[in-house]
Design a protein around this ligand. Sequence first.
Ligand SMILES: [Zn+2]
Length: 312
Amino acid sequence: MRRLLLLVPFLYFSSCTDKQEAAKTDGSIVTTVGMIADVTRQIAGDKLEVINLIGEGIDPHMHQPSKSEIDKIQKAGLVLYNGLFLEGKMGTILKSRADQGNPVSAVAEGIDVQVIDLGFPDPHLWMDVSIWSKVARKIGDELAAFDPDNGDQYQKQREEYQKNLNDLHTYALMVFPTIPEKQRVLVTAHDAFSYLGRAYGIEVRGIQGISTDSEAGTKDINELVSYLVENKIPAIFVESSVPDKSVKAVIEGAAEKDHAVKIGGELFSDAMGPAGTYQGTYIGMMDHNITTIVNGLGGSAPEGGFQNKLQD
Ligand SMILES: [Zn+2]
């Protein structure tokens, strides 16, 4: 029901922009995922139109670009995407556009961070707030290069935004250590949280692997169940953009071995919450994730998160 209501303004918004784009190239900034769109909007203010393609609850790994999305990409003044193969099919299109000299930038590539290697680079950089702050710097530079007349303003807004990110990062560093040491294990449906684990000192186990493009096998599930039972891990987490079939199998498996595992909450992995809500911003999404994980695993974080803006 909630989902249906939210769809209405989105459709309305799409039809409006379609009309505006009847002309050839507009000056829009097109982004692939919400986490990039939000940072771009924070920095651009009302100076630039930002159009995001992959919305709430949609999985970017598997997403097939629609004709209308390809249209938007072709009309964009500048396209900002994550890269590191996050966007699957769409990433391939964008890379070839970039190779042809079009204004396209992979914001998670070529920045000064140690990319986690899991046989291939882990694309989920936004899970470490200090890394996403570096991405914000790169987005600020891209916007200033795209629209130099307003470059100073973008850089000023980027600096302000980075201060908020720094506060959120500091909050995470404070609350994660409140989880009892043996319970610092985060189990989620797919492996999106390695950067979060590295930054905030928690072991991460995905049920499904790094991309959602594979299903967990019975052997993986059984191994994970044994691990949870042995280590008395109290909770595992579901994700908004991934089906939770495998999560249920793990809970049932643990129950058969007399260990109760609860669902610690729903986390935002590759998409943010509903537009217009706090969780529909990057800061709100991560505040929600951090606070939910810490409290779900027996630590103590304020229910309202670091700005007292979280509510259910
Ligand atoms: Zn992912």
